[in-house]
Write a protein that binds this ligand. Structure first.
Ligand code: PRX
Length: 568
């Protein structure tokens, strides 16, 4: 499939240096660097003040438009408000909202105030929220009326949470520590002294799940923009006239790196749809706004495939020029389907919360091998390592651990308060992604699977420990194990194994009750789709649950040698 490209992979690869990006951003080593300023004031100074930055629509079709100057002034307004509340530089300010304009613009405002933005997915229940706010010792949370009840439930357990900012309070009564900020009604702050952050100042704290323990806070710095700007430009192929749509919610890293920073650092117009999935609504939205570049995810693509080709044909989607995907393996069928119905291929991109930017990708113009993640982005040195020696495998087709040479701008600098966890991600001078892949003779990467027990459901990572802990709080549950189970649309879903306390009997009602309990306390994505009551949860001699046995059973895979694990 041929396409006109702005950059050639080969050209960019030869003599690649991240300083290309620094120069384009007008940044020199040692300068102040603030993502909030870069994504708004800088674009206005480039003569783009009147260009639309954000076109927002909700599920009722209500629309709001913001130019780059609006984004500049409104993010100043949020920053000024936070400073007037006494928020100090470096303090964590959580964004806990649906995809409303305040989320996108507030993100820049927090950064302009020198504080750290901590975006959390608004479908989180009170326990998921508590764990993350408690861990980060968050000073303020910015939220909506519809979500404030979850904050009220946990605020007494969070003495450090000084302010609960409600962006749409209207005349609703506010309680202790709550304060209203109606961004567009507040006195606009034309000039704000952006806090003088530098390259290594902390910027964004995203929580991500691992195998062990509660989620970890992945700490990014302002210098990450150097990676995000260039990868957005070259991989998403953003051009000045584009209308760009990223499906991801800014509660997850794709929604900040490529749903805020990447496009706005490039001065691009982006559209946001604040609504759940509906194939028809999505196609209508793209048709109406003449979307040119679309960044989506395999589960969404599979859901669209299910709705059929006819629906696509009923819409004029001829504006689409470039399609990308992230979050899970993009199956070859999805690529072939997109060729057929859109006349364009989805380009798979691989990366993580920790990498901050796309690291392996099907570069525009490069031949797509359906099912492959493509090749390392120029500036990223990648390989696959032997899992026992941590040496590069250097053998086409051999499966190993995906490893990246540290040093690109947007790699996280730490896990919040977890130095040991951070150090454990590095071996032999390589950063380990925690995934397995093989590299073919042409240098293309093929994803094999995760190297841990983390469950990837619909592109969202959920940690088994968080689910198991919540299950144990249910009065009927004595022991629990959460593992992935294959699913045709979401790739994986959560399956829970539980043993019951004396006096409880397995029943459909009890299973439903447990599922709902998890949905409310954690989130709909963490909710087990199936619960199996068993008295035989496999354990090591010291009593640790061995999820691998259960997982392999779900996937019909051989369990392999467990002798060393069982002795733990
Ligand atoms: O397992 C890989 C999978 O998602 C993980 C990262 O998840 P998260 O930190 O939440 O960030 C998601 C969006 C950047 C990876 O370790 N993953 C991500 N992209 C792909 C993928 N698996 C296969 N193919 C991909 N393209």
């Amino acid at each position: 499939m041929t396409e006109t490209v702005s950059f050639s992979y080969q050209d960019l690869l030869e003599n690649f240096d991240w300083s290309v990006s620094e120069r384009e951003l007008g940044y020199k080593k040692g300068d102040r660097l603030n993502i909030g300023w870069m994504c708004s004031d800088r674009i206005c100074r480039l003569g783009q003040a009147g260009k639309p930055a954000l076109i927002w629509e909700d599920h009722q079709g209500r629309e709001k438009r913001f130019t780059y100057n609006d984004v500049r002034v409104l993010s100043n307004t949020v920053a000024h408000f936070l400073v007037s509340l006494g928020i100090h530089p470096g303090e964590r300010v959580c964004l806990f909202m649906d995809r409303v304009p305040e989320l996108y613009i507030g993100f820049l405002g927090i950064l302009k105030a020198g504080a750290v933005a901590q975006p959390l997915y608004s479908a989180f229940g009170d326990e998921s929220l508590f764990v993350r706010l408690c861990n980060a010792d968050t000073a303020a949370i910015v939220t909506q009326r519809k979500h404030v009840h979850k904050v009220r439930k946990i605020r007494e357990r969070l003495p450090g949470l000084r302010h609960i900012v409600v962006v749409d309070a209207g005349d609703a009564p506010l309680e202790n520590r709550e304060i209203s900020l109606e961004m567009e009604e507040a006195a606009p702050i034309e000039h704000f002294d952006v806090y003088p952050t530098v390259a290594e100042s902390p910027s964004v704290l995203h929580y991500t799940s691992g195998t062990t323990g509660q989620p970890k806070g992945a700490q990014h710095v302002h210098y990450s923009i150097v990676s995000q700007y260039l990868t957005a430009k070259c991989v998403l192929d953003l051009r000045p006239e584009d209308v760009y749509w990223c499906n991801a919610d800014p509660g997850w890293v794709t929604g900040t790196s490529y749903g805020i920073i990447g496009p706005w650092a490039n001065g691009i117009t982006q559209v946001v749809l604040d609504s759940g999935f509906s194939a028809e609504r999505w196609y209508k939205f793209m048709e109406k706004h003449r979307v040119t570049v679309w960044y989506s995810a395999p589960t969404a693509i599979r859901m669209l495939m299910r709705e059929g080709d006819e629906l696509v044909r009923q819409h004029d989607l001829s504006s689409l020029r470039h399609l990308c995907s992230v979050g899970e393996p993009l199956n070859a069928e999805a690529v072939l389907w997109s060729r057929k119905v859109f006349g364009k291929e989805f380009h798979d991109t691989f990366w993580q919360t920790e990498t901050g930017c796309i690291v392996i990708t099907n570069f525009p113009g490069m031949a797509v091998k359906p099912g492959s993640m493509g090749k390392p982005f120029p500036g990223i040195t990648a390989t696959v390592l032997d899992p026992s020696t941590y040496e590069p495998l250097n053998q086409a087709g051999a499966t190993g651990l995906i490893a990246l040479r540290p040093g690109w701008p947007s790699l996280i600098r730490s896990y919040w308060n977890d130095e040991a966890g951070y150090q454990a991600k590095f071996k032999n001078g390589w950063y380990l992604c925690g995934d397995r892949a093989s590299i073919d003779a042409d240098g293309y990467y093929w994803f094999v699977g995760r190297d841990d027990d983390v469950i990837n459901t619909g592109g969202h990572l959920v940690g088994p420990f968080e689910i198991e802990s919540a299950l144990l709080e249910h009065p009927a549950v004595a022991e629990s194990a959460a593992v992935a189970k294959p699913d045709p649309v979401n790739m994986e879903v959560v399956k829970a194994f539980v043993s019951l306390k004396p006096g409880y009997e397995a029943s459909d009602d009890l299973e439903l009750e447990i599922m709902n309990y998890i949905r409310k306390r954690l989130s709909p994505i963490a909710m087990p789709q199936e619960i199996e009551v068993t008295n035989a949860i496999p354990k090591t001699r010291s009593g640790k649950i061995v999820r691998r046995v259960l997982r392999c059973r779900e996937f019909n895979e051989p369990v392999g040698d467990l002798s060393t694990i069982m002795d733990d």
